[in-house]
Design a protein around this ligand. Structure first.
Ligand code: HEM
Length: 152
């Protein structure tokens, strides 16, 4: 699932992810339902933002005192990506995530911090390995696509 930044921006995750079965063919089910729907994504994102709140690289990027609205945007986006409701698109329009992240300095250290908190949030959910791997493959490569500088 590794994508170049251009491929990432084109697809920009408006497309719903396809879920391969054990035999490798794509099945109708979507990961949104399989992992537990809205509750799963809500818990994932609030746990992730608990980590962000404590992080000295990431926290200063959020001028808002309250991180809950940012957690909700991420939740809506991930729900849409994994086949759930399209609320993100309705409220925020086309994701254009690389563009929306351009204003933040995302160097390898910022990426590593983001990935660390997301990994911890996903670990806490204890998904079956096959779902964990699919979700992680996407999140990790999306975080790479968001890099926009190598300066400290
Ligand atoms: C790689 C490190 C990353 C950093 C440092 C970062 C940082 C940020 C910051 C500071 C915001 C603004 C908060 C807000 O107002 O919503 C934001 C928004 C957002 N981020 Fe990230 N982000 C990263 C990676 C990702 C990844 C990998 C995804 C998706 C898989 C993602 C999805 C989003 C979404 C959906 C929004 C809200 C966009 C909007 O509708 O305005 N971010 N991010």
């Amino acid at each position: 699932m590794n994508q170049t930044p251009e491929e990432f921006e084109d697809k920009d995750l408006v497309e719903t992810a396809g879920i391969p079965s054990n035999q490798g063919e794509f099945v109708e089910d979507n990961l949104y339902d399989l992992v537990g729907g809205k509750e799963f994504f809500k818990t994932l994102c609030s746990k992730f933002y608990e980590g962000v709140a404590q992080d000295e690289i990431l926290r200063p990027m959020y001028p808002e005192g309250d991180l809950a609205p940012a957690a909700e945007r991420l939740q809506m986006f991930l729900e849409q990506y994994w086949g759930g409701p399209k609320t993100y698109q309705e409220q925020r329009g086309h994701p254009r995530l690389r563009l929306r992240h351009q204003q933040f300095k995302i160097n390898p250290a910022a990426r590593a911090a983001w990935v660390k908190h997301m990994r911890a949030a996903l670990d806490a959910q204890q998904l079956p390995a096959i779902y964990d791997e699919q979700m992680w493959g996407y999140l990790d490569s999306a975080a790479t696509a968001m890099l926009n500088t190598f300066e400290d």
